[in-house]
Design a protein around this ligand. Structure first.
Ligand SMILES: Cc1cc2nc3c(=O)[nH]c(=O)nc-3n(C[C@H](O)[C@H](O)[C@H](O)COP(=O)(O)OP(=O)(O)OC[C@H]3O[C@@H](n4cnc5c(N)ncnc54)[C@H](O)[C@@H]3O)c2cc1C
Length: 404
């Protein structure tokens, strides 16, 4: 075992999973985050069989599954009732598979508890502003002008706006409003489905079951597509107008939007599409959203972050030279990352665009093709995060699949 000193910047899924894996691998790890006290950022998300493979090897799959909602199917209907998206996990070959809808706070809590139990120090209230190599290690710089180091390796898990990564990529024309609401016990929604309704690709409303968050009971995430520059206008038009628009598209949502009495219950998420050209640098690697960001339409970001974290730990296991870790980890992940960047860039406009062509393509060509072999299997592979076969090269297997 080779013990390296490693600083991890950022306590999202990428940073927390990397901290746990590397600490368990015998390395000396310290985590930094800007928050004054540990807290997750954002709302509900989908964990896929790809990300669950990492959580299973961390011994956390059971705890995560107990908090989330097992999702069997992703169903999308047009306003006129036509089904244009019906992706089922049971189309995957191999052991039974599901997605897991979960509140971000639940994922965060399970990972943080494990990191704390592993004895990893978490330094809060430290806004990272930069890093540099001096002598035999890399240093981190903070907003209060203090520094920490030298480290054999710095891992950048600071997310989309990482100050350690050069700007790249583009903002997407659409984002979405997100809110977390109590699950309606006698409502029309199914606990095992992520459902969406569309008007062409201009409007989209979705309901994602997110299981039971401790202290909150059973919940769901409601999301509503909105142009990236549309938030101020949405607030100005008022909640009554929004409730009417959502209900016109999907009448079952009336009881959900009726619970939103204050616009501050709803958060605007803006999306970006970017991939760093050089994620591996001298004693520095960018992982998760700091390396690659895409619209959440395919539900992959947190799962990709977990796979990236696993790749760094795997690279640290394989080499005695900490300077070799970044390139090795990137090599293990690059193909899958690039494949999903392309796939997400292709699929996102089919669901979020003002143009007529993407919705026409979705409804008249892709929807019929996805109902038959091999379309429905390809769709299930893409949704599950398993397209491109990312697990074997990382030494991972799906839950329920025997290890070689
Ligand atoms: C609305 C929405 C829905 C999504 N749905 C899904 C989904 O269904 N499935 C899925 O897999 N993914 C989804 N994603 C994407 C997913 O949330 C991200 O890909 C994932 O959170 C990335 O994890 P990360 O650890 O790389 O970064 P983050 O989760 O962004 O964590 C970054 C951490 O760094 C800290 N930080 C940031 N800057 C600094 C600084 N300068 N100094 C110190 N600390 C700092 C932050 O406080 C935070 O703790 C969604 C994203 C959005 C916005």
């Amino acid at each position: 075992m080779h013990e390296f000193t490693i600083a991890i910047a950022g306590c999202g899924p990428a940073g927390l999973a990397a901290a746990l894996l590397l600490a368990r691998g015998g390395h000396s790890v310290v985590l930094y985050d800007r928050f004054p006290a540990p807290q997750p950022v954002g709302s509900g998300l989908m964990l896929q069989p790809s990300g669950m493979a990492v959580l299973a090897r961390l011994g956390l799959a059971g705890a995560i599954q107990a908090r989330g909602a097992q999702i069997e199917r992703l169903l999308g209907l047009c306003a006129d009732g036509r089904t244009v998206l019906d992706a089922r996990y049971d189309e995957l070959p191999g052991p039974p598979a599901q997605g897991l809808g979960i509140h971000r706070a639940s994922l965060f809590e399970v990972l943080l508890d494990a990191v704390t139990a592993a004895g990893v120090p978490l330094v809060e209230d430290h806004q990272v502003t930069g890093s540099s190599v001096r002598g035999n290690g890399r240093w981190l710089q903070f907003a209060d002008k203090s520094e920490a180091g030298p480290f054999d390796l710095v891992i950048d898990g600071l997310g989309l706006h990482s100050p350690l990564a050069p700007p790249c990529g583009r903002s997407l024309p659409f984002g979405a409003l997100w809110t977390t609401l109590p699950w309606p016990q006698d409502g029309p929604f199914r606990r095992d489905r992520l459902e969406q309704r569309y008007r062409a690709a201009r409007e989209m409303v979705g309901v994602l079951p997110t299981g039971t968050r401790p202290g909150h009971g059973e919940e769901l995430s409601l999301f509503w597509s909105l142009p990236a520059d549309g938030y101020e206008g949405w607030r100005a038009r008022g909640l009554a107008q929004w409730r009417a628009e959502v209900t016109a598209l999907w009448p079952d949502c009336a009881q959900l939007v009726a619970q939103v009495s204050d616009p501050d219950q709803v958060t605007m998420a803006r999306y970006a599409h970017r991939e760093l050209p050089a994620p591996a640098q001298d004693r520095l690697i960018h992982i998760g959203d700091a390396w690659h960001t895409a619209s959440p339409q395919l539900g992959q970001g947190a799962n990709m972050a977990l796979l990236d974290a696993w790749a760094v730990a795997e690279a640290a296991r394989l080499t005695r030279d900490p300077r070799a870790i970044p390139a090795l980890a990137v090599q293990l992940r690059a193909w899958h990352v690039t494949l999903y960047q392309w796939a997400t860039a292709f699929f996102t406009p089919l669901y979020q665009s003002n143009a007529a062509f993407p919705a026409w393509l979705r409804d008249t060509l892709l929807a019929p093709a996805s109902r038959h072999w091999p379309g429905k299997q390809i769709q299930a592979l893409l949704m599950s995060g398993l397209a491109g076969n990312p697990l074997p090269r990382l030494g991972l297997t799906r839950i329920g699949q025997d290890r070689a």
